[in-house]
Design a protein around this ligand. Structure first.
Ligand SMILES: Cc1cc2nc3c(=O)[nH]c(=O)nc-3n(C[C@H](O)[C@H](O)[C@H](O)COP(=O)(O)O)c2cc1C
Length: 359
């Protein structure tokens, strides 16, 4: 049965999680073309900034006819502003408004937004209710398990949000205190699934392989899985996971040339959207994510972080192919000692670091 979020029907129960700095229109275009994703969400957008029409907010909500269904994620602590911003999005044809209640970053929590809302069930539920009342499109929430291990509020919040009218909830199986450390707590997600009556719960956290997605479904009973960082270095993950869930078979891994082709297309889409100079600068960190699946890549990493123009890329790739040949056998395959293995956990992806008090 296709998954429904309120009035919106999804073609798959796999979602792209919002990732500030990554889930822009060019990335969503690439992910949608590769297939398997049922819903994409934008980076988080400040409600006031959207109401004021600031360029940054307008860039974050930029979309296109093929970019559907789309959820825009809002954050803020003022219910009237959030409601007005949600109306603005509904008028623009956005399918779903997602409210951020999980962001651990200090800049966001300090204003009473993001994960700070996990501490006050009544205030959070009132805020959600006001947004739900303001629009006809579905409103969803994304949150963590709670503020810390001694304050696991997600099941109680989920119940309150369902009563307030939200159409689905994404739950990242960590607390705010955990930041991005430790492992995701599948039992904690299961408790949220059990707390609600009818709305779909979307499980999130550490899904880096099709098998990890299946474990998330099996252990938590969630209706959908949301994948964030796993899609950075493996944009095929939705297609691979959908196939695995349907057939029990793993698709063959993309070849190096597949990866280079898709990575290059990603840059081209970024250039179309951000302009060449800015796209090339932004692409440096993105290319490093792709490189985590190349096998030996020191030569690529060294050169790509200097990228300034699109026409430099073919030469960088050729030099890299040439350098990488030393790690290949006669058939052109990576010698086993150098082949990348699937990740059990995420490779280093810059996340807000250090003591959480300083985020
Ligand atoms: C760089 C980065 C940016 C993120 N930005 C957002 C965001 O804008 N909104 C949000 O709700 N979560 C954000 N998250 C959290 C992710 O959506 C997700 O909940 C978390 O990374 C766990 O899922 P994953 O292991 O599949 O990445 C971000 C995470 C990272 C690493």
């Amino acid at each position: 049965m296709p998954l429904r979020i309120g009035s919106v029907t999804l073609s798959s129960n796999l979602c792209l999680a919002p990732l500030a700095g990554y889930t822009n229109l060019p990335f969503r275009r690439l992910i949608r073309e590769l297939g398997g994703v049922g819903l994409c969400t934008t980076d988080l957008v400040n409600a006031r900034s959207l109401l004021e029409g600031r360029a940054k907010a307008l860039e974050l909500i930029a979309s296109a006819p093929w970019d559907r269904p789309l959820a825009v994620q809002l954050y803020g602590s003022n219910p009237a502003e959030l409601a007005a911003a949600a109306q603005r999005l509904a008028d623009r044809g956005v399918d779903i408004v997602d409210l951020n209640m999980g962001c651990p970053v200090r800049k966001v929590c300090r204003t009473g937004s993001g994960a700070a809302l996990l501490r006050d069930v009544q205030r959070a539920a009132d805020l959600v209710y006001q947004v739900v009342q303001a629009v006809r499109i579905p409103v969803t929430c994304k949150m963590r398990l709670g503020w810390d291990d001694t304050h696991i509020t997600a099941p109680e919040l989920a119940r309150a949000f369902e009563q307030a009218g939200v159409a689905a909830i994404t739950i990242h199986g960590r607390t705010r205190q955990q930041g991005f450390t430790g492992t995701v707590n599948l039992d904690g997600i299961r408790a949220v699934v059990q707390a609600v009556r009818a709305i779909p719960i979307i499980g999130n956290g550490d899904v880096t392989t099709p098998q990890a997605a299946k474990t998330m479904f099996d252990r938590t009973g969630c209706a959908a899985v949301s994948i964030g960082r796993g899609a950075f270095y493996n944009p095929w993950i939705f297609q691979q996971t959908q196939h695995y869930l349907e057939t029990g078979e793993l698709l063959p891994e993309p070849t190096l040339e597949d990866r280079l082709t898709v990575m290059t297309r990603h840059l081209d889409y970024m250039i179309e959207f951000f302009g060449e100079a800015r796209a090339c600068r932004m692409f440096r960190k993105i290319a490093l994510q792709y490189a985590t699946r190349f096998g030996p890549a020191a030569e690529f990493r060294r050169r790509i972080v200097t990228l300034e123009r699109r026409d430099q890329l073919p030469e960088i790739l050729d030099a890299y192919r040439h350098w990488r040949a030393q790690f290949l056998d006669e058939a052109g395959n990576l010698l086993p000692a150098y082949a990348p293995r699937p990740f059990a956990a995420h490779p280093a992806i810059p996340v807000p670091a250090g003591p959480v008090e300083r985020w």
